[in-house]
Design a protein around this ligand. Structure first.
Ligand code: ARG
Length: 253
């Protein structure tokens, strides 16, 4: 009798364990398929109108295009703010899934990351004091002290000028602050952020002469399967007018 009882008990125990395992396993599976996968975007959010803080939220052209791409591909977008010159490392190391930061496509960057098709064109411009500027054209930069954001194309271009003194800042805004404090003669930076800086600060202006034309694109790890999906999404968002709408919202021409 005792043997039978213990056999029955063992059987009940084994059955309940088995039930528990399938039930728990099942619900875990359901959870993970219901959970939307996140995509992390590396950016430097001090670059109005492309990415900047509105309160605690990062908004801007890049933030909204990224959101539209993620919506289309069924991902949840998470934006990670960091120094501009950390973005490519974040992407190559897999800490971030992609980088989007008004980032210019360059051959050197292409050696470490893949770029999507371009979603915007841009120009580098020169910001100078409104009055008594030492710099009045790009030639004058050759002997000037120039503020730039570290690791940007502005930094790369002026670094070729042998007699110029280059001051590198983590944020474009700090380079502009140095300009308003007369610590540098000029700042070289992308046109749209330059316009925002000129609006926010008195006594500075943008020189008419553009410095360099560029294309912005999204960077991804080399060989990433996402690149093609991003390109397809970008194509659709261009075709249906979403990208134009986002750009118009931030850059009212
Ligand atoms: N277009 C320039 C570059 O790619 C500057 C980009 C700076 N972007 C930023 N979010 N701070 O180097």
């Amino acid at each position: 009798m005792k043997k039978i009882i213990s056999l029955v008990l063992v059987a009940v125990f084994v059955c309940s364990c088995a039930f528990c395992l399938t039930a728990c396993g099942g619900s875990a599976d359901n959870n993970s398929s219901a959970e939307v996968k996140e995509l992390h975007m590396a950016t430097n959010a001090f670059f109005e109108p492309y990415e900047y803080y509105k309160g605690k939220k990062i908004v801007g052209i890049d933030a909204e295009i990224a959101e539209a791409i993620c919506d289309k591909l069924g991902y949840k977008l998470v934006i990670d703010d960091m120094d501009f010159d950390s973005i490519i490392t974040a992407v190559t190391s897999g800490k971030a899934d992609f980088g989007m930061a008004g980032m210019t496509v360059t051959d050197e960057r292409k050696e470490s990351v893949d770029f999507t098709n371009s979603y915007a064109t841009a120009t580098q411009v020169i910001i100078v004091p409104e009055k008594d500027s030492k710099v009045n054209n790009s030639k004058d930069l050759e002997k000037a002290s120039i503020g730039v954001q570290l690791g940007t194309t502005g930094d790369i271009y002026v670094s070729d000028l042998k007699d110029a003194k280059i001051e590198r800042f983590n944020k474009g805004a700090d380079a502009v602050l140095a300009l308003t404090q007369k610590k540098v003669d000029a700042v070289v930076i992308d046109r749209e952020p330059a316009k925002a800086f000129v609006k926010q600060n008195e006594g500075i202006k943008i020189l008419d002469e553009p410095f360099a034309d560029e294309d912005y694109a999204i960077c991804l790890a080399k060989g990433s399967e996402l690149t093609e999906k991003f390109n397809d999404a970008l194509k659709e968002l261009k075709a249906d007018g979403t990208i134009d709408k986002i750009v118009d919202k931030y850059i009212g021409e």
